[in-house]
Each structure stands twice: as C-alpha cells, then as structure tokens.
Design a protein around this ligand. Structure first.
Ligand code: SF4
Length: 342
C-alpha cells in the first residue's frame, strides 16, 4: 500500500498538471513498466505473446488506484486467474469473427454494423470481450479502412455504424474527422456512434477541438463505460459535460464485474452520479464468457437482485437495462428482475 502511494505521488509530480493527452499516452509505456515493477507484475504481460492480453495503464488512471485490489486496480492489473481453463469460455464469445464481412466490419444485426477502427486503448481492461485482438498487431491499415467503407457503401440496409475497436479516440483528430466525413458521404447511414472509454480512462482526450469536430457529424452518440463511482473525477465530469454541452448525447454501458461493482449500493451511487452529469445509464452488461476473464463474472441471480434494488431505490431514469449478448439472438437480451424478488 505504501509502495503504491509512493508511486502515485511520483506519478502525480509529473501528471497532475498534465492535460495533454498525447503526452500522457507517450508516457504510458514507461508508467506501465514502473507500476509493473513496483507491484511485481511479470514482464510477460507486456506481450506480444499471443496467449496473453497485455498490461497497460496511463498516469491519469494510475492516480485513481489506491491499491492493486481496489475496484480500479482489479480492472487493470493482470491476475494469474486469467489462465484458468474453463469449457464455457471462448476467445470470441460473441462469435464476431463469424460476422466479419470486411476487414474491419462486424455485421451481425441487419441495420447496424461495428467498424473496428483501432485496436489500442488508453488502458487495457482485464475483462475486455475483444481481448483476442486489442493491444496486438496487426493494427488497422488504410487499405482495410477503404475496403470496409466499400462494404458499408454496398450494404444500404446499414443505417447505424458504431466506431469501436479498441478505442476509436486513440486516433488523431484529423483521422477521426476524415473517417466521419467518409461515413457521412453514405446517405443510408443515419446514426453514428463512437464506443470509447476515454471519458473514463483518459478524459484529457476529450478536448474542445475534438468535440467541435464531432458535433458536425450529428446525430452522433458517445457510448462510454463507467463501472465504479471512483472513476467519476473532476476530469471525467468535465469531459462528459463538454460532450453533452456540444450536443453529443453520452450513454453509459457498465459491465457487471465481480470485485468491482457487484454491490447494489455501489451501482446505485454510480447511476445517480451519471444522471447528475447528464450521462444516460443505458446498459448494465452481463459479462460475456470471454476466456481469461471468467473470474469477473457475477451470477445472473445476483445481477437481478441488484437491478431490483435499483428499481426500489431510485427513479427509472437512473436504472439501466440489464442485458446479455447472445450471438444467435437478433439483439441484446434483457434480464429483467424476476417478479416477486426483493
Ligand atoms: S477500453 Fe474497451 S476495448 Fe479497450 S480494453 Fe477496455 S473494454 Fe476493451
């Protein structure tokens, strides 16, 4: 505990006044290595071993961690439990590769498609569903982007495109603008969404120049992922407020995680805080059965109890829909609280 406080303080010396997201990201490998040394995290987690999901954090995120086993540390630091073998787990639990119709396009539902424009992030979350590809080469290339745009152009049934990855906001402002311009040239695409954890893991990325670009491409929605109230800092509030005040709706998709937020009071606090900053609590996801992350799974019965608690203790606006993803289903499946459960 003393160790992490010392590390945080030395990181604070160089990071508290840092608002430049590029600089914070540039320092991220060094900060990750120092954190790993301090907490005796094996070098193996830095990859690129194909069976390991690499470890990465940044100076901002490290400041939020008070101990490796606190709710933010647990999401961040690798654990030997990731090697537990279970028959029910899969490297691709949503069978996305089956629906990969162009180099960067996952087209599972008729009217919407995922466009995987990046495979890096500001922090690698240990429970990531796409850990089979996030943080590892090959990284998306321009030719793949062009082929993927061609697919979208040819499939006029697609009206909703979700930029995802990895984190699309790892791209530079100019690359994001170019992509959005190309997408807006396709008249059938009515809705754009960006799935990003940047408001949470590196809120300095949400800059005035970025939001001024994004607001030109509306309707454009930001899908983010706060999992615990400790992630709600003055910086993350500022980031969400900036987005909302530029007319960009922000929706939150928490993941239900053991040891992080599998507690009704924690989620109640989080949902209330989200509404206060005008972020809509959209989904609470049952974690996909992804290999290496099963130790984060919470039984559905417990999830339902938490939902029942939220319904009983706050207004509907602060209650997300509890869902799970089934690759065979035409959409996400709601997991309503059971009638009569208290
Ligand atoms: S930010 Fe999203 S894509 Fe990146 S590691 Fe976390 S969950 Fe995965």
């Amino acid at each position: 505990m003393k160790g992490i406080q010392k590390l945080i303080m030395s990181t604070e010396d160089t990071n508290t006044i840092k608002t430049n997201w590029k600089q914070i990201l540039r320092e991220s490998p060094e900060v990750s290595k120092r954190a790993a040394q301090k907490f005796q995290i094996s070098k193996k987690w830095f990859g690129p071993a194909p069976e390991l999901f690499p470890f990465k954090l940044n100076g901002y995120w490290l400041r939020l961690i008070t101990a490796p086993d606190d709710p933010i540390g647990v999401q961040t630091f690798p654990d030997e439990k990731e090697f537990q073998e279970t028959a029910s787990a899969s490297v691709d639990p949503l069978q996305e590769e089956r629906y990969r119709k162009a180099p960067l396009i996952i087209h599972r539902y008729r009217d919407r498609a995922l466009f995987l424009v990046s495979n890096t992030c500001a922090v690698y979350c240990r429970f990531c569903t796409r850990r089979r590809q996030v943080g590892r080469p090959p990284f998306p290339r321009q030719i793949q982007i062009m082929e993927s745009l061609n697919y979208l152009r040819a499939h006029t049934e697609i009206r909703d495109v979700i930029l995802s990855g990895g984190d699309p906001l790892m791209l530079s402002d100019s690359r994001i603008r170019r992509l959005l311009v190309q997408l807006r040239r396709l008249p059938q695409i009515k809705i754009l969404r960006i799935g990003t954890r940047m408001p949470v893991t590196l809120p300095q990325r949400i800059t005035e120049p970025l939001v001024k670009i994004l607001r030109h491409f509306q309707p454009l929605y930001i899908l983010t992922q706060f999992n615990h109230p400790a992630e709600m800092t003055s910086e993350s509030r500022r980031a969400c407020t900036l987005l909302v005040e530029h007319g960009l709706p922000v929706l939150n998709q928490s993941v239900l995680l053991k040891g992080v937020n599998d507690d009704p009071e924690v989620l109640l606090d989080l949902m209330r805080k989200l509404v206060e900053i005008r972020v809509i609590p959209y989904y609470l996801h049952q974690l996909d059965p992804v290999r290496g992350a099963l130790h984060f799974r919470v039984p559905v019965e417990k999830g339902r109890e938490i939902m029942q608690y939220l319904w009983a203790h706050t207004g509907g606006m602060a209650v997300p829909t509890y869902v799970f993803d089934n690759p065979e289903a035409p959409g996400k499946i709601p997991l309503y609280p059971c009638a009569g459960q208290s």
